[in-house]
Design a binder for this molecule. Structure first.
Ligand code: AMP
Ligand code: ZN
Length: 113
């Protein structure tokens, strides 16, 4: 399978990894849209939100807990931050291996564009 984030998981493509555990990893987004912009991905290849199975519920919750820990580590937890998972073409999803964007370190506008 030709998946960019599986290749990062397998260290075939370099990334600045900021967290790793048995179920997920997190790395710096290569095109950061905020002072903190980290992607949290499951090790398991899941193509999009639409492919999340019942057995993946705890895994997806884990991605959020890791994002919260990283937000605390980066000192952006108190001011606030955004976690986003795009799904499909109109959302702007470009990599079809689910990833939770952790964005923070600046005020965010709502709604996103
Ligand atoms: P999305 O548009 O939600 O699918 O997000 C994909 C994200 O992956 C974008 O924010 C990209 O900047 C980021 N990205 C693409 N290639 C890489 C890479 N090699 N390393 C780190 N982040 C990447
Ligand atoms: Zn993948």
């Amino acid at each position: 399978m030709d998946c960019l984030f599986c290749k990062i998981r397998d260290a075939e493509i370099p990334a600045t990894i900021v967290h790793e555990d048995a179920d997920c990893l997190a790395f710096e987004d290569i095109n950061a849209k905020a002072p903190t912009h980290i992607l949290v991905i499951p090790r398991k290849h899941i193509a999009s939100t639409l492919e999340i199975a019942e057995e993946d519920e705890a895994l997806v919750g884990h991605l959020h807990r890791v994002a919260a820990d990283l937000a605390r580590e980066r000192g952006i937890a108190d001011d606030g931050f955004r976690t986003v998972m795009n799904c499909g073409a109109e959302s702007g999803q470009t990599v079809f291996h689910i990833h939770l964007h952790l964005l923070g370190g600046r005020p965010m506008t709502w709604p996103p564009g």
